[in-house]
Design a protein around this ligand. Structure first.
Ligand SMILES: [Zn+2]
Length: 299
């Protein structure tokens, strides 16, 4: 892994898959913005921290996904990191049972096996009305950007560098994303529009890029998600149950389902697009002979 100096005291760890920003509060102590993926990134992150003589004294999480919170407890135990997270995401990460409330399709055992590293003992809870968080005597700006996850936040370093987490994806990720991730698409689109009003010195996107200006990337993200919703709509050729739709979407988008876990992710994402299409009045949902069915609105 290598590190990239962005500006001032703000750096990024490039894990290969992700940029993990960090802010140096002094020569050897840092606040990380997200903690990376436990299984695939822990070793490389530790190697970099050791090489650079850095101690993680704080972590602010943009959201509770396994590739963003996977080293929280490890770094808390190793370096004494204080953990800050938005209230709702902190409550999701409390225990396997609270995570089961979020990842409803998985059994409790599967939640523990797949998402165990997400469990976090959060020290500082960021409330929906908070516009900043103070951690290790350092103030970071907070912008609430729900949608990608229930209470995703963007974080602004004291250097005026905005870390956008997964609220925005890079062009490279767009190219490879068959079913891009959005927990509530309509909220995600609103958050993207909100981010386009930002005026910071620099912007960091977790997967994966850093930019001086971000307006056109945000606009292209909005178009990309809306276009993907259109493609989901095109799959609805007749009244269809969710299971029929899932089969049709997997075929139309050429998605290879390799595990139960992956199918559940695709199903949740497809549902998010369906909910959006129903919300904007392009698709109707109704009960037919005891089954939920979706159909396109006839003009
Ligand atoms: Zn995410």
């Amino acid at each position: 892994m290598k590190q990239i100096h962005i500006l001032g005291n703000t750096y990024c760890i490039d894990t290969g898959m992700t940029y993990i920003p960090y802010y140096k509060i002094n020569t050897h102590e840092i606040v990380m913005l997200d903690s990376g993926w436990g299984d695939g990134e822990r070793e490389g992150i530790v190697e970099l921290l050791t090489r650079e003589s850095l101690r993680v004294v704080g972590i602010i999480n943009s959201h509770a996904h396994i590739d963003h919170t996977g080293n929280n407890m490890f770094l808390k135990q190793r370096d004494g990191a204080v953990i800050a997270m938005s209230a709702l995401e902190a409550s999701i990460c409390q225990s396997p049972i609270s995570m089961k409330a979020y990842f409803g399709g998985h059994s409790l055992a599967a939640v523990e096996a797949h998402f165990g590293d997400m469990i976090s003992d959060t020290d500082i809870v960021i409330m929906p009305e908070d516009d900043h968080v103070t951690i290790c005597n350092t103030v970071f700006g907070v912008i609430h950007t729900p949608g990608h996850s229930p209470a995703h936040i963007a974080i602004i370093t004291p250097d005026d560098i905005a870390y956008l987490g997964d609220a925005i994806i890079s062009y490279e990720v767009m190219k490879g994303a068959k079913m891009p991730y959005a927990f509530i698409l309509e909220e995600d689109l609103k958050s993207m529009a909100k981010l386009s009003e930002l005026s910071c010195r620099h912007y960091i996107v977790a997967h994966k890029g850093h930019y001086e200006v971000i307006g056109s990337l945000i606009q292209d993200n909005i178009e990309f998600y809306k276009h993907r919703a259109e493609r989901v709509k095109e799959v609805i050729t007749a009244p269809m149950t969710q299971e029929m739709l899932l089969k049709a979407v997997i075929e139309a988008f050429d998605i290879r389902i390799k595990s139960i876990h992956y199918q559940l992710v695709i199903e949740r994402m497809m549902k998010s697009f369906l909910d959006y299409l129903v919300t904007i009045g392009e698709v109707v949902v109704y009960i037919d002979d005891g089954f939920i069915k979706y159909d396109c609105v006839k003009l």
